[in-house]
Design a protein around this ligand. Sequence first.
Ligand SMILES: NC(=O)c1ccc[n+]([C@@H]2O[C@H](COP(=O)([O-])OP(=O)(O)OC[C@H]3O[C@@H](n4cnc5c(N)ncnc54)[C@H](OP(=O)(O)O)[C@@H]3O)[C@@H](O)[C@H]2O)c1
Length: 211
Amino acid sequence: MSRTRVNNFSISLDGFGTGEGQSAEAPFGHAGDRLHQWMFATHWWHGPGGSGGVDDALAQRFEPGIGAEIMGANKFGYPGWHEDPAWKGPWGPNPPFHTPVFVLTHHTRPSIEMEGGTTFHFIDASPAEALATAREAARGQDVRIGGGPTVVRDFLAAGLVDHLHAVVVPIVLGRGVRLWDGLEGIDTQYEVEATSTPSGVTHVTFTRPGV
Ligand SMILES: NC(=O)c1ccc[n+]([C@@H]2O[C@H](COP(=O)([O-])OP(=O)(O)OC[C@H]3O[C@@H](n4cnc5c(N)ncnc54)[C@H](OP(=O)(O)O)[C@@H]3O)[C@@H](O)[C@H]2O)c1
């Protein structure tokens, strides 16, 4: 069965998935890289010399079984990227997705084929429509909702997420885009587990019963 998953999604203690003031120089705004320090330290990200504990074991679940990703326009680029016809995202010629990626945006453009199996498709569609399109492209594999927080929140609100792996980082951002706004009681729809690790983060998983 093809599931809809969110993996390695980092939030601050006060629930922000990105800071305020996103720009080309600061993709996470005033949060800088503080939301992902836990991940950069893992073997999965860092390679040799990276940590091999629970953070690493969970981070590694990002890729296996994924056949397509859906992301928001603000993850794909800085505010105003759509005015730059040459913009291909911030990841360089070989983005770390290696699948079709559907970018939700009101500023659609032709698809872009990248190295390594990633093709960006730009679609203006509801979450349910986008998921149907991505699921077809995933050919029976899972679909990852890659963020940012606005898009993950919209898919949660629409009841479309089967498994969410959020990583609560012990920092207080105070401003930015929050994941949980408007989602009161969403936890009651899932089996919820939490595991704190020596790095100081807490991995929280929401899994839809029976999935
Ligand atoms: N914490 C993490 O682990 C994590 C993971 C990934 C990304 N991020 C960060 O999150 C930030 C981006 O998050 P965000 O919440 O600001 O924005 P986002 O979720 O990336 O994108 C939201 C935007 O996508 C477009 N969009 C969304 N739904 C749409 C729909 N149904 N139809 C058409 N267009 C739609 C709209 O942009 P337009 O109207 O402009 O087209 C909307 O403003 C970045 O800083 C990124 O680096 C964090």
